[in-house]
Design a protein. Structure first.
Length: 281
């Protein structure tokens, strides 16, 4: 009888222990992804194909100014680097990705416009870029009108080159390529005389090791592009937190350091860090 009582008591204790463990496991699982820290993840949208801004490296890591900004912001929100899940967000899908909740925020050369503000909220801006020209280092192209009679490259679907032709150089010969890498190859070989898009994007491409010293930015400010961090419409709490993180990034010197590391090799003359909420038209 005594042996039976001990065995029964042990069985009860074991059952209670297993029940408690199971309950604890359920609680942890239910909290996964609901906040910062504790093994949770944060999904952040970036570009995968823009050197100097958002690039997926051959080894699977990520680099670029947007990546550095997003990493800093995530840290201020309570996430370590290994808690970040990078999600590729192409330009055409950025608004949908936020609306679906695929990502918490997007840092991907995302210019703040009135049209976009109807669909998403923006923190920032965190960088003021301009449409510019990338030319060979020894090129004599120094102003927009110099493009008359020259071959100007842009990617298919972009309006940048057409804008230059319509407003500055009506005699420019437009050449559309499938991607920026093709334009760069054409610029390198002499098939085209200039490439146009945002100066930050151009600087990122020109800063690649294989192109260092071959190209230069013309330094034209053909437009103002205020890069912001996109957040789901109505999520004002996250916008406020990101804005505070961006202000801290500027004040502690991390912003300037990221600019120099990502764009410096292309001699990119960046604008000072913009003030939060200050949009340059």
């Amino acid at each position: 009888m005594k042996l039976r009582r001990i065995t029964a008591a042990s069985a009860v204790a074991l059952t209670l222990a297993l029940t408690a463990t199971a309950c604890g496991g359920d609680d942890k699982d239910s909290d996964s992804g609901s906040g910062s820290g504790g093994g949770d993840k944060i999904k952040i949208g970036i570009k995968y194909d823009q050197p100097g801004l958002g690039l997926k490296e051959p080894d699977g890591s990520f680099s670029g100014f947007d990546v550095d900004v997003a990493t800093y912001v995530a840290k201020e929100l309570g996430y370590k680097e290994d808690q970040i899940e990078w999600v590729e967000t192409k330009s055409a899908d950025r608004e949908n990705a936020l609306a679906r909740g695929d990502v918490k925020f997007i840092a991907a050369t995302y210019s703040i416009t009135d049209e976009r503000k109807q669909k998403v909220d923006f923190a920032g801006p965190y960088l003021l870029a301009h449409q510019d020209l990338l030319v060979k280092a020894d090129s004599d192209i120094s102003k927009g009108t110099d493009l008359n009679g020259k071959k100007l490259c842009s990617v298919t679907g972009s309006t940048s080159a057409q804008n230059v032709k319509d407003t500055i150089a009506p005699k420019a010969q437009l050449r559309e390529y499938g991607g920026y890498s093709e334009c760069l190859a054409g610029l390198q070989s002499g098939a085209v005389d200039a490439l146009t898009t945002d100066d930050s994007i151009l600087a990122g491409f020109a800063a690649q090791d294989k192109y260092k010293g071959q190209f230069k930015l013309a330094g034209l400010k053909l437009s103002n592009e205020n890069y912001g961090i996109g957040v789901k419409k109505g999520d004002s709490a996250t916008v406020d937190k990101i804005n505070k993180a961006l202000e801290k990034m500027v004040s502690d010197g991390s912003w300037e350091k990221a600019v120099k590391e990502n764009f410096g090799p292309a001699n990119y003359k960046n604008e000072p860090a913009p003030k939060i909420g200050q949009i340059v038209k």
